[in-house]
Design a protein around this ligand. Sequence first.
Ligand code: ADP
Length: 672
Amino acid sequence: MKEEPEIVKILKKEEKLGKLPRKSPFSFENLQIYEGSAGHVSDKTTMVFKDDFGTKTDHDKRVLTAFEDEELYRTLVENVLEGILILDFKGNVLFANPAVANMLGFKSVHEVIGKNVLSFVDPKFHKKVIKNQDLVRVGKEAFLDTYQVTTADGRKIWVEGLGTKILYMSETANVVYIRDITERKEIEESLRASEERFKQLYDKAPIPYHALSPTGIITNVNEKWCNTLKYTKEEVTGKSIFDFVIKSEKGLAKASFEKKIIEKKPYTGGHERTYVAKNGEERIFIIHDYFSFDESKNVRSVHTTMEDITQRRQVWDKMVKSEEKYRVLAETSADGVLTTDVLGRLTYVNPSLEKILGRRKSKTLATPFRNYLSESTVYLFQQAFLDVRKKGRKMENMGLDVIHKDRYEIPVEANIAPLKKDGKFIGIECTVRDVSERKRIERELKRSEKLRTEFMNIAAHELKSPITPIKGYLELIESDKNASEKIKNWARIGMRNAERLMCLVNDILDVSRLDTNTMRFNMEKCDLGEILDSAIEDIKPDIENKNLRFIKEMPDNLPKIVCDNHRLSQVLKNLLGNAIKFTDYGAITLRAEEKEGDLFIYVQDTGIGISSDETKKIFTKFYQAYTGEDRKNEGTGLGLFICKEIVKKHNGEIWAESKVGKGSKFTIKLPL
Ligand code: ADP
């Protein structure tokens, strides 16, 4: 078989590239040019069109037989959709088929014939036309080119012309097959414009972007890419992207890129990659790829957007390091430490907690912490968990009972705090302190306290019984006419001390009654004035002895109160007694008033005062405020404790306000 002429090769190539549609009647598959064959036309080149229907064997036969007929030839030329123009080498139209007339907006071919082709073609393309004409004329080659044309009805269209040399009416001429490609041009143009728009979008995008060939050669990078990695576009285009990947990742990155290209699966799930900037700085990115494909569905180019996470990573690393620090603390802590997830399931258990639970970490992780709490405290924990979760606040000193593997309960004190991530509740952290030892000591203390009270009670009773006869005999001595003054004086001293002992024993008995809740109260409606007067009566001699002023302020119309008058008067005597004891100059004031449904009684002095941190402590058992090294005031430190307890039994309150060196004020508040 004869070798294919150049034109056919070109056309076939064009067709492969998709520039020419296959369904054209000028299917190049079927076009053959026979040089010097003996056709009915006496010139050297005959164009033979083979039809595009029938089977291969059929059409081989037809090639030889069908084209003798000039009539058929003319019909074909006139009916094809492709325009066929025959020009002389001055550009004058010698022949045009109806498709040309139609394309150029003429009513018939006669309007086209005789015109110069340049009269249709836009002046911008005249030079091109003339050049291509010349090329055909000298027989160099066939040409395929595009031109812009103005039609007879004024439209601007794009045509594609394929020209070649033929013999026409015994003269060489230029036959041009033309095709309207306006639509294709428009599509191409809009594609170009949209590509341009996307390019600009990428160029100005606030995240780094690069485009790569399927072999990893950089074809484009945007401004942000250049700013981030400190290179210019010119420095990187044409280079392999892997030249910029950190050394340690290079091999792996390249291999996985090649695999992705073959598998046609781009990185979409946020792949991490480290690039090295021009200044040597390493920057970490999350990369997202997009592949574009060619007609054969192979990867044509790779488009990558990158998220710079260098800073985020640094913060994260720091956090991990500090977490590490805390982990070490938790691991070595003597207290149990645990964390849970949102549902209260254990996510961390330290060795101390393993010991408290008697269970290995591996057995407890992922199980709910509440599983290890006693029935009586599990509800408390659940409530606390919900509170911590809802309010985001800590809960401290919660008493829980943990169940050891061997089924016994361990009392613990728990502190719970919320665990948060990005402001969201993700669980709790909890420290658990084994307080069984403390609880044991507390129990022990309570027991010994009880023993002490019992002992004091017995001792006080035993002490009290001999005091009464002692006092009786001393009184006898004092009143005996035969006794000398000296002996009477000794008896008086003995008497005073016996009374002090009596007071002490009474105080101890009161405390023991209060502790065992056996003090009896005889509650009845009382007149406050009478109670105050009885107390004043008792302390009057002491006030006079110390040369103090006494002030009593009480409105006449005070309502009656329900109380044990004996006990209330005991309280007042105690307060007044203290006031005198701790005051050397000035006045003692006793005042009462009704305010907002309550009765207030004040005992105020101008004595030594009490420091502010001691005003609360003085109400505890045996507490005596420090009053200087030369403390000369005797006492037991029980008086105010008894006062407080008695006032409490009356549903009242007692408190002290004081300034050192200025005096003190004790207030009793009783509900009416
Ligand atoms: P005491 O038997 O020691 O008086 P109290 O319980 O009555 O025991 O008082 C406790 C302590 O409170 C006293 O020892 C004293 O230090 C202090 N105190 C009580 N009343 C006064 C007061 N009016 N002025 C100064 N200090 C006082």
